[in-house]
Design a protein around this ligand. Structure first.
Ligand code: IMP
Length: 228
């Protein structure tokens, strides 16, 4: 049987990206959209690592299948690591990308240290709990004003040192080569044969042992309970 792994997201863009990256492996990737309504994992961890693990292990437990989740965000040195795990809701619960950018630029007005990094953690968990973790970072600086129209989130104010332009000025292909998510995903792809073996071992360990009739052989009560 083909290996089924659930991608713990309903975001079809992410699903397409993972499917494309893992197309050559014997794996069937499903998304949360394939399972009807299931409860959502709480993303209340203090680190990307916590949140990625929470999403992956919760999904694996609820569905009884191995699951992959990612968590990412922007870390700004002069702001003590903010917005960090609050990146999506920096300017409030349902904040738009523009509102988050406006708040960031305001907080950075008088800051000379503009060093920042995008970070991404990918967690791959089995229903019994254990997980593998892959992390990647991408260094850059916060610009003083938005530049470029591509991408999403903080891309217009994140100047990538490696690309020599903001993520919003880069093509998707250029961005994927250096980005936190691109790098974390490449590592998962390069390790994927090992990951599949690890998953199989963990799933086999969790199976209940097969009934062993030999243990009844010399008991005088075995005759009564063994199915003949
Ligand atoms: P998620 O964990 O991938 O959903 O990302 C959380 C938030 O971090 C997003 O809503 C964005 O605000 C920000 N973020 C993560 N990755 C990127 C990126 O590649 N470009 C811009 N913003 C990002």
């Amino acid at each position: 049987m083909e290996n089924i792994i659930v991608l713990a997201t309903g975001n079809e863009g992410k699903v397409r990206e993972f499917r494309a990256m893992l197309a050559d492996f014997p794996v069937e990737l499903r998304s949360l959209n394939d399972f009807g309504p299931i409860p959502e994992a709480k993303e209340d961890g203090e680190t990307f690592d916590d949140n990625a693990y929470k999403k992956a292990s919760f999904t694996a437990k609820v569905l009884g299948l191995p699951a992959i989740a990612d968590d990412s965000g922007l870390v700004v040195e002069a702001l003590g690591g903010a917005p960090g795990v609050f990146s999506a809701r920096y300017a409030g619960e349902n904040a738009t990308d523009q509102e988050n950018i406006d708040k960031l630029l305001k907080e950075m007005t008088d800051k000379t240290n503009r060093a920042a990094a995008f970070e991404c953690v990918i967690s791959i968990a089995v229903p019994s709990g254990p997980a593998l973790t892959y992390e990647a970072r991408c260094e850059g600086e916060i610009t003083t004003q938005p530049q470029g129209k591509e991408g999403f989130g903080y891309d217009p104010v994140f100047f990538s040192k490696e690309l020599g332009k903001t993520f919003a000025e880069a093509t998707m292909e250029e961005k994927n080569k250096v980005s936190h998510r691109g790098r974390a995903l490449s590592e998962v792809v390069s390790e994927f044969d090992k990951i599949l073996k690890w998953l199989k071992q963990r799933l086999d360990e969790a199976k209940p042992p097969k009934p062993d009739h030999t243990q009844f052989e010399h008991n005088d009560w075995s005759e009564d309970i063994m199915v003949k």
